[in-house]
Design a protein. Structure first.
Length: 287
């Protein structure tokens, strides 16, 4: 396992008064991205991932919004966020919070399910609830995450622990989507969403998006936000960051990534990237 630390991991209790992050990719799980972090003031802008976002609070409290719902989460809470789900987060108390996160892709979770059941999984794995309370499973996840992170724990022990936790999470809270998930999207909003996704690196105007939707500019903004809980511009920025993650994972430099994704310069990329990941592009690239 190769890891990159911005600073040393936060001490046991309570949350450290410094904002600390440790980010790495674990080859035992298809280079799954892993994060241990303590945040005191950092606020995540609305964003999404092309992978699942699974995690648990160890200490403190976070306030998170997803699907139009705003919830306080603390120890015992689980994050089971599906790919593409827009969400944000901020400290819910002055002392902040410490949490552990993993970002498994759909293929990895499918492989775990197939191995556990011994059967082919023909649909798409999904979680019906994104923020829920399951203290037993949250504690098991944090233990497994610590074992995966620690160089003092045998590789097999860490792999086995995380594998079993992922299987348990899906068994308790997962479901299978057989059909293509359109989530009841109005066609006009789907057209706008797809148009932004195809042209995310370009300068887009409201008039062009309104024309795609067949609506007035004000109506299009309201309808888009009602459907996706995010504005068209924020969605475009999120698409740029998702593509930036891909380029950085492949070894692109932050400056080249900024240019390819439509950012004004590397500083602009860094601000937007950290607002959505808690990391700088350089740390993410090296992980």
């Amino acid at each position: 396992m190769h890891s990159v630390s911005q600073q040393e991991a936060a001490e046991a209790n309570p949350v450290s008064r410094k904002e600390l992050t440790r980010f790495w990719r674990d080859g035992r799980f298809r280079d799954m991205e892993c994060l241990t972090a303590s945040f005191i003031t950092h606020e995540f802008s609305p964003h999404s991932h092309d992978t699942f976002s699974i995690g648990a609070i160890e200490v403190g409290c976070q306030v998170a919004s997803i699907r139009g719902m705003r919830e306080h989460t603390g120890p015992g809470a689980l994050y089971l966020i599906n790919p593409g789900e827009i969400h944000d987060g901020q400290p819910g108390a002055p002392e902040g919070y410490r949490y552990r996160m993993i970002y498994p892709d759909v293929t990895l979770l499918t492989e775990v399910i197939e191995d556990v059941t011994g059967q082919a999984f023909n649909g798409t794995p999904s979680f019906g609830r994104q923020l829920l309370s399951d203290p037993e499973l949250a504690q098991a996840f944090n233990r497994a995450h610590h074992r995966v992170e620690s160089d003092a724990v045998a590789a097999l022990e860490g792999e086995e622990s995380m594998y079993c936790v992922l299987a348990s999470m899906f068994a308790r809270h997962g479901s299978e989507i057989i059909r293509a998930p359109d989530h009841g999207e109005p066609l006009a909003m789907r057209r706008v969403r797809d148009y932004i996704a195809e042209h995310f690196a370009e300068e887009l105007g409201l008039e062009a998006l309104a024309k795609v939707a067949g609506l007035s500019r004000a109506h299009m903004i309201r309808a888009f936000r009602k459907q996706y809980f995010i504005t068209p511009h924020a969605f475009q920025t999120d698409m740029r960051i998702r593509h930036a993650r891909h380029l950085l994972r492949c070894g692109a430099t932050p400056s080249d990534t900024a240019q390819a994704c439509g950012f004004a310069d590397q500083a602009h990329l860094t601000r937007q990237f950290k607002a959505r990941t808690g990391l700088t592009p350089a740390v993410f690239r090296a992980g």
